[in-house]
Design a protein around this ligand. Structure first.
Ligand code: 5GP
Ligand code: MN
Length: 330
């Protein structure tokens, strides 16, 4: 029995399964937890999808998203918990507390920074999306992949692979996409829901963020900020800042892009990298994590101080990369 089958077997006998998303959930995490939930529901099992930060508006088209719980009644108990894309349990946010005392912890992820916690671990750091990791579990539990499951998984795959163009994409990503499209998911519909359904306010926010664009390290680093004042002025929400940092990375010559977001708990930094720069290594120095190309962390300091510290860490990683690959340092 392989690890995915072992997890499926362990889950199929459970009375009530809790599926946890990470904080600020993205399409990959939500799509994969919902696919697993549909598989369990389809078998007649009880499962609760928990998301400490709820469901961003752009993902509310996902079948089952109306059943995602931001809070769980105190009396409800679970006999298994699945942490989806949580490199450590605390990544599940406030709802992580509900895993205390649950007898089976399952950890499904594709992040390099995963600590390997839990009783059953399914980790593939080479997967383009956690959907690829979760798929064999879903299919073992519920062999007939219906349109709802396929739509959830295709959304996960499409969003986490940058619509199939990131370096993390493998033949496996396309094979999964083929399975999902055959099962009834529509790439046209999913793409339109996620990327062509934007509010005018989110574009005003993008404009405001781009007008504050700054460079460092001779143009190899691009950064900007989203402050609470900018949200008030544009009418956008912080979740609508998703995508801005990717736009910065698309600038010619940029190896590291940073977006500094002013949040209640401090400055949230979204980091994107390429060309031998390891975003996860930078993020880990601040207690965060992620992938080589995309990572995040929080700095509990003023905006100016967070920028100063983060740019310092990026400078060190640029130097380390130049040292590792001297020919690339142009
Ligand atoms: P984003 O910048 O889009 O929020 O996150 C980029 C990637 O890094 C995602 O895969 C996300 O799960 C991961 N990530 C973001 N912030 C953190 C963090 O504070 N800790 C860990 N372990 N991973 C993070
Ligand atoms: Mn992912």
């Amino acid at each position: 029995m392989n690890p995915a089958e072992r997890i499926a077997e362990a889950l199929q006998s459970r009375r009530n399964v809790l599926l946890l998303n990470h904080v600020s959930p993205d399409g990959d995490c939500l799509g994969s937890t919902l696919a697993l939930a549909h598989a369990l529901w389809g078998r007649g099992q009880r499962a609760t999808v928990g998301s400490s930060d709820g469901v961003p508006v752009m993902y509310r088209f996902l079948p089952g998203s109306d059943r995602v719980a931001g809070e769980i009644p105190a009396g409800e108990t679970f006999d298994a918990v699945v942490f989806m894309e949580c490199s450590s349990p605390d990544r599940a946010g406030a709802l992580a507390a509900r895993a205390a005392g649950v007898p089976l912890w399952v950890n499904i992820d594709h992040h390099l920074s995963n600590t390997g916690f839990g009783h059953l671990v399914l980790l593939d750091v080479n997967a383009g999306a956690v959907a690829e990791v979760a798929y064999p579990v879903v299919r073992t539990l519920h062999p007939s992949i219906d349109r709802d499951i396929a739509t959830c998984l295709l959304t996960a795959l499409l969003t986490d692979t940058g619509s199939f163009h990131y370096a993390s994409v493998t033949p496996q990503s396309f094979l999964l996409a083929a399975d999902l499209i055959r099962a009834g998911a529509s790439p046209t519909a999913v793409y339109a829901e996620v990327y062509e359904n934007r509010s005018a306010a989110s574009l005003r926010l993008l404009g405001a963020a781009l007008s504050g664009l700054a460079f460092a390290e001779g143009g190899r680093v691009a950064w900007t900020t989203v402050t609470q004042a900018m949200l008030r002025e544009t009418g956008a929400t912080m979740e609508e800042s998703e995508g801005i940092v990717g736009t910065l990375r698309s600038i010619r010559g940029v190896q590291a892009a940073l977006l500094f977001k002013e949040e209640a708990e401090g400055i949230r930094v979204s980091l994107r990298a390429q060309g031998g720069i390891r975003a996860n290594v930078i993020a880990e120095t601040f207690g965060g994590g992620g992938h080589a190309a995309a990572a995040g962390f929080t700095v509990r300091a003023s905006l100016d101080e967070a920028v100063r510290r983060a740019l310092g860490a990026v400078r060190q990683e640029l130097a380390a990369a130049a040292h590792a690959h001297p020919g690339d340092a142009t």
